[in-house]
Write a protein that binds this ligand. Structure first.
Ligand SMILES: [Mg+2]
Length: 329
């Protein structure tokens, strides 16, 4: 249910972009946007929030406003995919400069709303405010859960898997930063990531993942979170990495570091009982048109190590993205 708003320029904007919003299931969205809070009746929930800031996560010259919004939605919804939640709704806080183009906020919101609705999530509410400069978008994603998958339940003996290809988005960013034109596949991986919701639900319905995380900061860093949460060691087989062809164009060494640490892949990384995924892998690829690759294994110990083609174990190069890592000189 949409609650009417009173007069005012800010509320005119909100009214305008809410006009196209889906209302959601009235049995479960009891009060939608327009009141002080949405009121929902949705059972067991997964809730996650993700902020995108112009100049940190994106540049306006690289994206259309609708792409900025859609990307913000998918980035937030990717965290729901990681726990195999079904998207229910999103709450969006958006800040734009006073002198921004008049349709900027609405174009971002429309892109965001359409992307969210495509995954089954309705817009539950939000906040539109003025920014002193950069566009800031904060998306809270809410999903419902049947069988939650967490990071902490991997066990020694499990295999380690990833969906899709790694390093494509990072390859595009490397090109853009160097004033080169990225190829269309890598640009699309960066500009238009798709949260792997359907893939996660497919895997979860077959009880395959024992633990799962989504890849936002790069496999090296995100796998380290899974290893820490499960108190295990992960061995990643370097030759098995499904490196995106665009990353390979940067040379073998750069390609490996883009695929391990570039970030922005929004693929799923999960552990599974040994042998469990292999028999379903072709089905997965037929349904989603996406490879499913065994990239390593779980052992006793801690941390993440890289196994070279000769079987030697190497410590993971420091490639993961960390917003607060000390600046190098
Ligand atoms: Mg995540």
């Amino acid at each position: 249910m949409l609650t009417p708003l009173g007069p005012g320029a800010e509320f005119d904007r909100i009214r305008h972009f809410l006009a196209a919003a889906r209302l959601g299931d009235a049995q479960r969205v009891l009060v939608g946007p327009g009141d002080d809070a949405a009121i929902i009746d949705a059972g067991r929930l997964a809730v996650s929030t993700d902020m995108s800031i112009e100049g940190v996560h994106f540049r306006r010259e690289w994206f259309t406003p609708a792409q900025i919004g859609a990307r913000a939605a998918h980035v937030a919804l990717s965290d729901l995919a990681a726990c195999a939640a079904t998207p229910f709704g999103v709450l969006v806080s958006l800040a734009v400069a006073r002198d921004a183009p008049p349709d900027l906020a609405e174009s971002i919101m429309n892109g965001l709303r359409v992307a969210a609705e495509e995954t089954g999530a309705v817009l539950l509410g939000g906040d539109l405010t003025r920014s002193p400069g950069p566009v800031v978008i904060d998306v809270t994603a809410i999903g419902t859960l049947e069988h939650a998958i967490v990071r902490s339940s991997a066990e020694p003996g499990d295999s380690l898997w990833v969906t899709g290809m790694l390093g494509g988005a990072a390859s595009a960013v490397a090109d853009l930063l160097a004033d080169r034109t990225p190829d269309p596949q890598s640009l699309s991986a960066y500009v238009s990531p798709v949260a792997r919701i359907r893939e996660a639900l497919w895997l979860a319905a077959r009880a395959l993942p024992t633990a799962m995380v989504d890849l936002s900061d790069g496999l090296a860093g995100d796998a380290a979170h899974l290893a820490a949460a499960s108190a295990v060691r992960l061995i990643i087989d370097a030759p098995a990495l499904p490196i995106h062809p665009s990353a390979l164009a940067h040379g073998e060494e750069a390609a490996q570091s883009l695929s391990l640490g570039g970030g922005d892949d929004y693929e799923l990384c999960f552990t599974a009982r040994a042998g469990a995924v292999e028999i379903m892998r072709d089905d997965f690829t037929n349904v989603f048109g996406l490879p499913l690759t065994r990239v390593g294994e779980v052992t006793q110990g801690s941390g993440v190590v890289l196994r070279a083609v000769d079987g030697q174990l190497h410590s993971m190069p420091a490639v993961g993205f960390d917003h607060f890592a000390p600046r190098s000189a």
